[in-house]
Design a protein around this ligand. Structure first.
Ligand SMILES: Cc1cc2nc3c(=O)[nH]c(=O)nc-3n(C[C@H](O)[C@H](O)[C@H](O)COP(=O)(O)OP(=O)(O)OC[C@H]3O[C@@H](n4cnc5c(N)ncnc54)[C@H](O)[C@@H]3O)c2cc1C
Length: 474
């Protein structure tokens, strides 16, 4: 898969081939011709920046509840261009902050409420896809958190204990090495924690289908329209390259890209996550690997690995490790990082010897957003008319659905089960100014990689006490 080397500025309306940004966009089943741009200044009841999952779910729930609203979505590229059209296909009930850390910060009851809502979001996405006729390839295979090597066993046992403390362990299962191998054969797997509250999706089909569902409900989506600034107060508005959009409420749903707006530059840290994908595997290769249940699979590395099995029989292997870029910069060229992509191919072959001769056909990536305390925000300030949901730290597929439900209720002034969760109106502190931000992010990235390597070499679990661990994990 090659990418035409066109800079953002040079790209004319026809110049970009959006299919080259991920396997998902390539196989979205359409040619991805952009919708018309905003023709000029306008007014709306609600204006939304970003046609990813957050913006689209917010528009969807607003219009479901009040079809009379004029909802306008402004998207600088096309619907599904960002992380929503490029991710690892996990639709997972896990929240970016661990249950232990959530309970420490917000108490057991609030944590339990939040995690139950996350489980509900996984179901809800499947339900809406079905109801709206979106061919999202939603498949409820569950999730398998694998201990690769003895050093990782305490982490999965600890995760099970945390679920027990919240009374949420009922349908989780700790598997020993033999039971794990019955689901999937991974080199060095010593055990796993199985969680049924997870599905795989075709992310771009979900995003694109959701955009059409929003339009069927009367929402308007303008593509290749960039918001350059926003203002709250008595006249909330977006400033765009095609003029002002005044609205009763403006919604900032741009995740990592929000760091490009001057007012939000230090609110989220864009970190790249990268993916490699194999060709469709043969029956013999699948017989060696197993994985009939198509669970989403991860191990317990701080540096994060995530795997899924696509509907057409490929293995997707994703991970972090690409370096943070100075000044929170986001560029197309960062989507590819040869060293990291090669490391992912190498690791995939290490996990699955059956891949020795398999071809890797695709490699891509994209930016996700880390807030300073790893805690997503879903907020609305009625006095300012400004709403936002962001900071999913790479676990945003199901979370964005919860955000959409929450922002819609907050904007409509409804007091519901989702409007009192700990994520609502949460305000993380800002990231440090540069160059401290760059120094800190690079230090933590390198430090966590070293901790992972040491654990694998010594067979001893991480202590959780190194500076990098204290700074960079929750
Ligand atoms: C490689 C990768 C793998 C991932 N894997 C998973 C996974 O398996 N499971 C999971 O749960 N999460 C995963 N994530 C995270 C998840 O995909 C995101 O958290 C989620 O999609 C965020 O949705 P969003 O709508 O908030 O943001 P995005 O999908 O990034 O959408 C933001 C949109 O806003 C637009 N935009 C930005 N700025 C402007 C502007 N100024 N004006 C107009 N439009 C603008 C962008 O073009 C973009 O389309 C992954 C992320 C990446 C990058």
């Amino acid at each position: 898969m090659t990418r035409t080397a066109i800079s953002r500025k040079d790209a004319g309306p026809e110049a970009r081939d959006y299919r080259t940004y991920s396997f998902w966009l390539e196989t979205a089943g359409e040619d991805l011709t952009p919708r018309p741009s905003l023709p000029g200044p306008t007014r709306a009841d609600v204006a939304i920046l970003g046609a990813g999952f957050t913006g689209l779910w917010t528009a969807y729930y607003l219009l479901r509840q009040d079809p009379s609203l004029r909802v306008v979505v402004l998207e600088s590229e096309i619907a599904g261009f960002g992380a929503s059209g490029r991710n690892g296909a996990w639709c997972n009930s896990a929240f970016p902050v661990t249950p232990d850390e959530l309970a420490r910060r917000f108490g057991t009851e609030a944590t339990r409420d939040l995690l139950l809502q996350m489980r509900g979001a996984v179901d809800e996405i499947g339900r809406v896809a079905e109801e709206e006729g979106i061919d999202a390839q939603y498949f409820r295979g569950g999730q398998l958190r694998v201990a690769r090597g003895p050093a990782q066993l305490p982490a999965i046992e600890g995760a099970y204990r945390s679920a027990q403390e919240l009374g949420l362990e009922e349908d989780l299962r700790l598997l020993d090495a033999q039971e794990t191998a019955e689901r999937i054969r991974i080199t060095g797997a010593e055990g796993a924690l199985y969680n049924p509250h997870c599905a795989t999706i075709h992310p771009a089909r979900l995003a694109r289908g959701l955009a059409r569902a929003v339009e069927r409900l009367g929402g308007e989506i303008f593509e290749r329209t960039t918001v350059t600034d926003y203002e709250g107060g008595s006249n909330p508005k977006f400033l765009t390259d095609a003029g002002e959009v005044r609205a009763g409420a403006v919604v900032l749903a741009g995740e990592a890209y929000l760091a490009r707006l001057r007012k939000l530059r230090r609110q989220v840290l864009p970190i790249y996550s990268l993916i490699v994908l194999t060709e469709p595997l043969s029956e013999a290769q699948w017989a060696e690997i197993g994985w009939e249940g198509r669970d989403c699979v991860a191990s317990n590395r701080y540096t994060v690995d995530y795997l899924s099995r696509t509907a057409d029989g490929r293995i997707l292997f994703g991970g972090r490790g690409a370096p943070y870029h100075y000044g929170s910069s986001i560029q197309d060229e960062y989507d590819r990082h040869d060293v990291t992509h090669e490391m992912l191919r190498h690791t995939a072959r290490e996990w699955f010897p059956a891949l020795e001769d398999a071809r890797f056909t695709h490699a891509w990536g994209g930016p996700l957003a880390m807030p300073r305390d790893w805690m997503p925000t879903m907020s609305y300030d009625p006095s300012e008319g400004v709403a936002t949901a962001r900071g999913y730290t790479g676990q945003g597929v199901a979370t964005a659905n919860l955000s959409g439900q929450t922002l819609a209720d907050l904007i409509l002034g409804r007091d519901t089960a989702v409007t009192n969760l700990p994520s609502v109106n949460h305000e993380p502190r800002s990231w440090e100014p540069e160059p401290l931000r760059w120094l800190g992010a690079r230090y933590v990235q390198r430090g966590l990689a070293k901790v992972d390597d040491r654990a694998e070499q010594t067979g001893k679990p991480p202590t959780g006490k190194t500076l990098a661990e204290r700074l960079g994990s929750h």
